[in-house]
Design a protein around this ligand. Structure first.
Ligand code: FAD
Length: 337
């Protein structure tokens, strides 16, 4: 266990928050020992994987950071149609997706290039390009910090929702996901209908993409619109897309006829938060340290020299102005620490 560790390399905003205690877990059995220590018993703790979805609000994290770095990928079962593969929590998500794609296994390709680790993926049921983690999720194993017991969570037990799960809500901070099992297909139709996948493939003369070509296309599309966190700090989409009542949407549509929207199965309507933020005049806004990314208004960025407080303040101003213009209070997707 280390003390006073600068978390700058461990969070994609690149803030210089210092953790009072920091422990790296390379083997799950180390958790059993950790929970018997005085530091664990006395300090508050934070489970940290890649740090791509956390916002450290303060310059000091007054507690214990448990950094998960366990590795391993294994095939559990396989037949001619499908395969069940287990990945340990500390495996890099984009590398794992590429691994499955190169094997010719379908299911995760549209989730390519989402930064982070496998163990964090169920926490907010990561999603992109019309697919969510839950679509290929079978179950995960999780270590209960209070009891040291391991529990298996199936799909139902995870209570997945839009960027939500039980681990982000009721059981927040209580379990460490230690491994995730995925059910992948050896043959399945590709999902090309979302966003500009088809346009990109057409522009690049690809008529019938292979799994790998689709994976690479998604990586290229993402690179073109999202900042590279090695150069500009961010946590990707900062806010969730609000889901509103149909009546509220129809009233808004009268005032803003071009408002983009997606009908939800429950009769409600999802509105892109990026559009709301852009209409409120924030796209490309910046001060010395932080701003709103000029290619995607949903992404708040840290240009350097700032701290979590700068982002919190900016986020609040954006929320207020979107609410004043549209009557919708957008809420963060990012985990505030
Ligand atoms: C440029 C960029 C683009 C992004 N694009 C997308 C996108 O398209 N779709 C999307 O859904 N997300 C996106 N994100 C958000 C982020 O990549 C995902 O949320 C990812 O799963 C975070 O993984 P991480 O390992 O960095 O988790 P962390 O940031 O370390 O942790 C996130 C949360 O999960 C908890 N946690 C972490 N590991 C565990 C564990 N093993 N067990 C229990 N709890 C745990 C943490 O305490 C924290 O609350 C993007 C982020 C960036 C920076």
């Amino acid at each position: 266990m280390k003390t006073n560790v600068n978390l700058q390399p461990y969070n994609s905003f690149g803030f210089n928050t210092v953790a009072k205690y920091f422990v790296e877990i390379n083997d799950i059995q180390e958790l059993e020992v950790l929970i018997t220590t005085d530091v664990f018993k006395q300090e508050k703790h934070l489970v940290l994987s890649g740090g791509n979805n956390v916002l450290f609000q303060n310059d000091v994290f007054d507690g214990l950071v448990i950094f998960i770095n366990t590795k391993g990928i294994e095939i559990l079962t396989e037949d001619e149609n499908e395969i069940i593969v287990r990945a340990q929590a500390g495996e890099d998500w984009p590398d794992f997706v590429k691994f499955t794609v190169c094997k010719g296994w379908h299911g995760l390709e549209n989730l390519a290039h989402i930064p982070g680790k496998v163990g964090a993926a169920p926490v907010q049921n990561i999603g992109a390009y019309g697919i969510e983690l839950k679509d290929s999720f079978l179950q995960c194993e999780a270590f209960e910090l209070e009891t040291g017991k391991t529990k298996v969570f199936g799909k139902e037990g995870c209570r997945f929702g839009y960027r939500e799960s039980i681990f982000k809500n009721e059981l927040k901070g209580q379990f460490i996901i230690t491994s995730v099992d995925f059910l992948l297909k050896k043959n399945a139709p590709l999902h090309l209908d979302y966003g500009n996948i088809k346009a990109y493939l057409e522009q690049n003369g690809i008529e019938k993409p292979t799994l790998l070509q689709l994976h690479d296309a998604i990586c290229a599309i993402r690179d073109a619109k999202l900042p590279d966190v090695k150069q500009i700090g961010s946590a990707g989409s900062f806010f969730k897309n609000p889901v509103i009542e149909k009546a509220q949407f129809e009233a808004l549509q009268k005032e803003f006829p071009n408002i983009p929207h997606y009908d939800e199965p429950n009769g409600k309507v999802k509105v892109p938060a990026g559009w709301l933020i852009e209409q409120a005049g924030w796209k490309g806004w910046r001060n010395e340290h932080v701003g709103v990314y000029d290619k995607q208004a949903l992404v708040l960025v840290h240009y350097g020299g700032g701290n979590g407080h700068d982002i919190v303040e900016l986020a609040r101003k954006i929320q207020d102005s979107v609410e004043a213009k549209f009557g919708i209070r957008i809420s963060p997707e990012v985990n505030f620490v």
